[in-house]
Design a binder for this molecule. Sequence first.
Ligand code: A3P
Length: 299
Amino acid sequence: MDIKTAHFKKAIFAPVSLAANTLFAASDAINDIARYVHYFKVANLEFKPRADDIFIVTYPRSGTTWLQMILYQLATDGSMEIDHIAQKVPWFERLIDYRIWNAKDFEAMDSPRLFKSHLSAKDMPKGDCKYIYMVRNGYDVAVSYFEFYCSHLGFKGDFDDFFKKFIDGDVQFGSWFAHAADWKAMSKTSDSIKSSQILFLKFEDMKNDFDCQLDKIINFAGFKIPADRLPEIRNRCSFKFMKQHEDKFDHITSQIWEKGYKRSSFIREGKSGQGKRRFNLEQETNFQSLLKKFHIEEL
Ligand code: A3P
């Protein structure tokens, strides 16, 4: 490349690159606004909370899945003939955000509806329903979240890099400090929710005295659990049992379910000449005219 061409390319490159970056930033911002407006519409205007709904709310890595399993066991016969816990205790804001569910889908759920959520106190839909917030020691959350970032989100930094992001709230679900503080404040005094609607739990108490916390949950939710079911519930909610059945709780499988993917459907039939049978007459006529238009009747 001669010097003139190199200078010309350099002179063009800087403004084009600046324009591209500005457009990307603007499109990200518009995208964020559209997502928020969509969330607000479905969650706050269309979704109708019921008195026996229970929202399980946490900052990520604080025992959300554990609580999902506990509530599922308490609210149903707890059958493990499920593909994933997300089918029974779906992730409220995610199904809205991914545009997978609308208000009608939520309406079609049987009561008591159980939801998982990482929403902040401000963004949580308010209604005459119940909320269980579980907080976990922030040091443990930071380490568990770092490990999750590395194992599931392709994070390549070390713990110090992650720590800076965590402290600044520059992670998926914002500041752990603000999340925990806002929910704690809302569990005490709030204009929009009565404090009796919120059960505030600690992960550490669940570890130290599971039975006592289980009792609290049962009383708060108003479940009637026969004493002879408790040993099975205790066993199924143990770390050992959940680890053994990890595919029914893990993040990857929940995404498969949330997005409606079907397993074993990618390498499908591998046959030839079967496609046309699916077309109706109108579709076939349309198709034929395009083959003609592009001169590819015979390939
Ligand atoms: P660690 O990474 O410290 O092991 P969440 O479901 O909110 O993402 O939380 C995940 C954390 O809860 C993980 O913590 C996980 O091991 C822990 N956990 C999940 N089920 C548990 C159980 N039955 N007993 C104790 N901890 C559990």
